[in-house]
Design a binder for this molecule. Structure first.
Ligand SMILES: Cc1cc2nc3c(=O)[nH]c(=O)nc-3n(C[C@H](O)[C@H](O)[C@H](O)COP(=O)(O)OP(=O)(O)OC[C@H]3O[C@@H](n4cnc5c(N)ncnc54)[C@H](O)[C@@H]3O)c2cc1C
Length: 405
């Protein structure tokens, strides 16, 4: 080694703050929507970030934060009328990305309530049902969940739910079980999908959790991801539901799928936010952590990881912003949403793993944030349709051939 090479490398005094908006996608928002997104960021950073790791470790939901979420006035973002916050579907996407950037569990709680539960009523409910249920849900006075998955039926939900619905006069009787249902252990309203014994078609029902006999929920214990979200195992035993609570526009799985298209759209944003949070934490760590007398962020191999991470994030951001344009133009297909969900969650999974690597041993300690993103990404990758199921939707669109006969 020459004397020249042994000299300590001079580092700049101030380093850039971590920024995961490399291509300035936030500039594509209209000023008033950007202001809302900034309010969500401020709320997530000031209220959620300081406390969420403790809740995550304890498997607990931060109920104390609900009043402040209500004040944000974002319930029903992207939905018009019925007391909803309105705005574009791009606004909804950015809100979810902001939430995911700080905590994917918190974002999932909101996504299940807003996208899955409210979305089902907004998309498949009658005018009367929307008038009745959406305003209190938009104000987050009533929180919702969405029960499609069952203990024995996950990916194959379109082909055979075992939960049944039988009509007698103006009353339906539901029997069966639902598994993995986010918010179910504590929420007020459940949208439950069941197979009508008369015509074998999937139908949606609105159930009031706390006052409906035969409806019970057990919290799923010992999860290693999205630990803040309370997932429930629901049992329905001769649950009686009036015809007035059957979603009037939900008459087959096609109608359920209209809701799922929008929630897959949403998960792509959440996953991109999750990757952003992990990247920013890893970048900051790389600027501060010294090895061999230098910040690890100055090492070429660490910079390579960081460059790959921001490239994944930027690619996902550009994809989902275009996805929002397609939705605004009325052109978003199931395959478009499936591709965004599959791509963004896969890139998120890759990115959070690299972030964990940058933190070395501290990458598996919850206090350093990245471990939370690292495990949460696993759930984002599998829920709302697994990577394989999304690719089968894309595969059908590009080949014209269905993998299912
Ligand atoms: C944290 C979390 C929250 C959730 N929240 C909700 C919720 O609020 N509401 C709700 O209804 N559900 C919810 N789910 C359920 C989720 O949507 C399902 O887990 C998901 O659809 C996959 O179903 P499964 O777990 O039964 O896996 P399975 O369907 O059993 O799949 C297992 C594996 O087999 C693969 N596979 C299955 N079929 C095929 C095929 N034809 N070709 C190739 N591979 C295939 C899958 O890709 C996967 O890798 C949640 C799940 C999690 C983990």
């Amino acid at each position: 080694m020459t004397a020249e090479a042994a000299k300590p490398v001079k580092q700049p005094k101030s380093l850039p703050a971590p920024n995961s908006d490399f291509y300035e996608v936030y500039e594509t928002l209209a000023p008033e929507e950007l202001a809302t997104v900034k309010r969500v960021r401020a709320f997530m950073e000031a209220k959620v970030a300081p406390v969420i790791t403790k809740y995550w470790v304890d498997d607990a939901f931060p109920f104390d934060l609900l009043p402040a979420v209500r004040e944000l006035g974002i319930g029903g973002a992207g939905m018009q009328g019925y007391g909803c916050a309105g705005g574009s579907s791009k606004l909804l996407g950015f809100i979810l990305m902001e939430m995911g950037r700080v905590d994917p569990s918190f974002c999932t709680f909101f996504g299940v309530h807003d996208g899955l539960a409210m979305g089902s009523i907004y998309i498949d409910g009658s005018e009367e049902q929307k008038q009745k249920w959406l305003p209190p849900m938009a104000r987050l006075e009533k929180i919702g969940c969405f029960g499609l998955t069952e203990p024995l039926v996950g990916s194959g939900a379109s082909r055979g739910l075992t939960t049944t619905a039988k009509r007698e006069g103006d009353t339906w009787t539901l029997n069966g079980e639902k598994r993995w249902i986010g918010n179910a252990p504590w929420c007020d309203v459940s949208v439950i999908w069941a197979r009508d014994l008369a015509d074998d078609q999937v139908k949606g029902f609105i159930i009031e959790n706390k006052t409906t006999p035969g409806f019970s929920v057990e919290k799923i214990q010992n999860k290693i991801a999205l630990k803040v979200v309370q997932n429930g195992h629901i049992t329905l035993k001769d649950v009686r539901v009036p015809e007035a609570n059957r979603l009037q526009g939900g008459n087959s799985f096609r109608d359920t799928a209209r809701v799922l298209k929008m929630t897959r759209y949403a998960v792509a944003w959440m996953a991109t936010g999750c990757a952003m949070g992990a990247y920013e934490a890893a970048l900051k760590y790389s600027q501060e952590r010294l090895q061999f007398g230098r910040p690890i962020g100055s090492f070429q191999l660490v910079q390579d990881l960081l460059a790959r991470m921001i490239a994944n994030i930027t690619a996902s951001q550009c994809l989902i912003v275009r996805q929002a344009q397609l939705h605004a133009e009325g052109k978003l297909t199931d395959a478009h949403a499936a591709l965004a969900k599959a791509f963004a969650t896969a890139k998120c999974r890759e990115t959070v793993a690299w972030a964990r690597e940058v933190l070395g041993g501290n990458g598996i300690v919850a206090d350093y944030k990245v471990a939370r993103f690292f495990t949460d990404a696993e759930a984002l990758y599998s829920y709302e349709g697994t990577f394989q199921m999304q690719n089968l939707i894309i595969g059908k669109a590009v080949t014209g051939l269905s993998a299912f006969v």
